[in-house]
Design a binder for this molecule. Structure first.
Ligand code: GDD
Ligand code: MG
Length: 319
């Protein structure tokens, strides 16, 4: 049976400014595709066929790009009149959903088995199940303690150092029963992490399931760059679109991807680990490695860059 999804995409992406001043975080390009399209692909792989986008900041940029369908996924948009937080946003967008559904943060990359998460939830007869992942630095996330069956015994959002006693954190994807929606107060901002999950812990109806697979929260310039490097690592090759222009003596060191319409100057070295977005221009004698050049960016001649994000109208950021 198919399961609907509510995707939180309303945040302002403050940690990614100035990149998110005119583009909402879910629309930031990752190898020339909006970040959110990777989430859509992931949901499709788990059998999801309907997604409601819980919008807030710059909603029209998302709706105008994707419209009402992505592949086999039907898309709907609900924009909060003012930010309602993660819990309030889920309730507002869920509308008439009256069966088990998935809710998720729209700013992460995940490659985990959604069907396995649903099955875990069903077998436990949980009210809510949180997908868990392991990280080195739980302080930036929601820390989750469980017993051996996966029942959550503690949820601490952004834990202080003395509270960190596990490396398992909330991966920002949940299976929820519709009854959970009624527990989210209306008319004010509500954080599902700080208010709703702790209440469910008290009742013993919240479960959590660690599943293997790639996971990354793209919340900061450093993790946005990391997302590019991780995807480039998989290709291990040099991919140059036929409409890109390469100068004389350009050296490409894999992995490198060069998108349509990009122009690379003479004597320039690109790579390893570089993506050049569509219609970007890199001047002569430049050198770039471990970097992401966003579409339509310009980089002057003789620039030397490592570990940078280059954005149009902004230039090079060094996360
Ligand atoms: N609609 C709506 N309304 N969406 C919102 C709002 C709101 O008021 N506030 C935040 N969001 C969206 C953001 O756009 C993002 O997709 C998601 O909710 C989570 O917000 P973030 O601000 O990115 O939270 P975080 O990354 O600090 O922490 C969250 O994600 C971690 C994993 O990536 C928490 O869920 C943590 O517990 C979790 O570990
Ligand atoms: Mg986030």
């Amino acid at each position: 049976m198919s399961v609907p999804a509510v995707i939180l995409v309303g945040g302002e992406g403050t940690r990614l400014r100035p990149l998110t001043e005119s583009i909402p975080k879910p629309m930031l390009p990752l190898l020339d595709r909006p970040l959110l399209s990777y989430t859509f692909d992931h949901l499709r792989s788990g059998g999801v066929d309907r997604a409601v986008l819980a919008c807030g900041y710059l909603p029209t940029a998302i709706e105008e790009f994707f419209g009402d369908r992505y592949d086999g996924l039907a898309l709907e948009y609900r924009t909060e009149p003012e930010p309602l937080g993660t819990g309030g946003g889920i309730r507002f967008a869920a509308g008439d959903i009256d069966r088990t559904f998935i809710a998720l943060n729209g700013d992460s990359l995940r490659e985990i088995d959604i069907r396995a998460l649903l099955e875990f939830h069903r077998i436990r007869r949980a009210q809510a199940t949180i997908l868990l992942t392991r990280v080195d630095d739980p302080a930036r996330y929601g820390l989750v303690r469980t017993d051996t069956r996966g029942r959550v015994t503690g949820f601490v959002e952004k834990p202080p150092p003395e509270e960190i006693d596990t490396d398992l954190i909330n991966a920002g994807m949940y299976v929820l029963e519709p009854e959970v929606l009624e527990r989210i107060p209306r008319g004010r901002p509500v954080s599902i992490e700080r208010e709703i999950f702790p209440a469910l812990v008290e009742e013993g109806t919240l479960y959590a399931c660690p599943l293997p697979g790639y996971w990354l929260d793209v919340g900061t310039p450093a993790s946005y760059l990391q997302a590019h490097l991780d995807l480039l690592r998989r290709s291990r090759s040099v991919q140059v679109d036929g409409s890109a222009l390469l100068g004389r003596d350009t050296i490409l060191l894999p992995p490198v991807t060069i998108a349509p319409g990009a122009e690379i100057g003479s004597g320039t070295t690109v790579g390893p680990f570089v993506h050049v977005g569509h219609d970007a221009r890199i001047g002569d004698r430049a050198s770039l490695r471990l970097s992401a050049v966003l579409p339509s960016s310009e980089l002057p001649a003789d620039t030397r860059l490592a570990r940078a994000i280059v954005a149009p109208g902004i230039g090079a950021l060094h996360p």
